[in-house]
Design a protein around this ligand. Sequence first.
Ligand code: NAD
Length: 495
Amino acid sequence: MTTARRAADATPLITETDLPPAAHFVDGAFAGASGDGVIDVVDPCTEKVIARVPAGTSQDVDRAVAAAAAAKEQWARRVPRERSEVLHAIADRLAENSEPLARLESANTGKPLAVSRDDVGQAVDTFRFMAGAVRATTSLAAGDYAEDHLSVILREPLGVIGVVTPWNYPLLMAAWKIAPILAAGNTLVLKPSEQTPLTTLKFAELVADLLPAGVLNVVNGYGPVVGARLAEHPDIDMIALTGSVNSGRAVARTAAESLKRVHLELGGKAPVVVFPDADLTAAAQALRVAGFWNSGQECGAACRVLVHESVAEQFVEQLVGEVKTLVVGEPAAGEKVEVGPMVSKAHFDRVTGYLERAQKEGIRAATGGGALDGPGYFIAPTVLVDVPEGAEAARQEIFGPVITVETFTEEDEAVRRANDVPFGLSASVWTENARRSHAVAARLDFGTVWVNSHLVLASEVPWGGFKGSGYGRDLSIYALDDYSRTKHVMHHHGR
Ligand code: NAD
């Protein structure tokens, strides 16, 4: 029976002095809030309040937007080399502080330290990649495309970007936005998730002396107040949100009023299509990580297996064998911990609700299936089998440590069913057959498709979805494109 490992001694991950200032970061300084509302920040392992941050208001947003607007011209005028140097300095600063940042992230989210350390490492790499990429942008060659008219394509920043980030990778999702936004010459106002603001505030504290005042601003608060004002603000040129489909819809609807650009990275429900010729051992081992990384609170998680009926029994046995070995616990319980708690009570209730309803429908948990003893919002790593086509657990984003297994008979059926979800973020195909590895990948309606792998990302390659998973790309030069605009300047040089 799985239990959650607890920290053996009372050494906490962080102390008071590791916390960032509990304030908004506006115009280069931490400042008081306009209202007196506060938000409790909770450690999901202990259910105790570890910090309190101000709940921002529209006035706080307006002040931050004014600062970002005032700073935009000067920042945009810096040549790529200068912006690149600042981004490298930010990367260095993050790298120097990687251990305190990882511990702070784990204290706020309950993530195993291995996950938090990986997050910080990837955040550093995102800044380094964008620092390099912005110095090597390409576009159509300047030339005469109409007689006696020289065309030059300029790439310009958009201006002020509003950013809203989620709780599952607080620092990393902030880095995925901040790095390309700054590299492309924009300024920004970022609202972290009200549940996980600590590493974003720490980031602002760490890099405050590296950026001109107003270039980066952080306003804490709730989505329907601070996020909604960012989406609505007339001086914001684009709103970028990583979060749920509902929040994406709300932001896009509001943004439509001012016709500002919208960049959305939303939910996922990644199918894992396993053909009979696949290396089943490799697939099961990969899913042990890709299904449960960040406790399954991962938009690209390998959460929905579609396995050919002829190998289903063998595959499920191997998968369950792997999942049973996962070590669940508090991050402070040691390096071996691989799966932490759900981030909040509300999310814990959501995930356990899916598990209860699935089991009521006759779906069987081959391992796991429910909550672990508290305190903390721990759920046992779960594999649900005998899942019928169309079941809620296989169509909706559970966002927890849960893999569902369905079976299929024909290749066409596998493709149809894999695509039959409202999301289109990522998927994987497992086969040793060369034709199938391309043909099936090409027919899957997802922004990333892995072949014989799952959840491997790199700063050079784009990340983003289709359909209900939103539009716009994080990482890669495509993010730089998204956060800038092309201008065509045409010179008539005939006489
Ligand atoms: P959420 O939508 O509840 O919250 C995300 C952010 O949006 C928070 O900062 C929240 O305060 C804000 N928000 C909520 N309502 C808003 C509104 N009306 N207007 C403006 N902002 C609003 O999502 P979450 O629970 O924090 O994160 C989990 C979701 O994020 C999952 O669906 C997951 O798939 C998705 N996600 C996607 C990616 C990706 O790259 N596609 C990455 C991480 C998370």
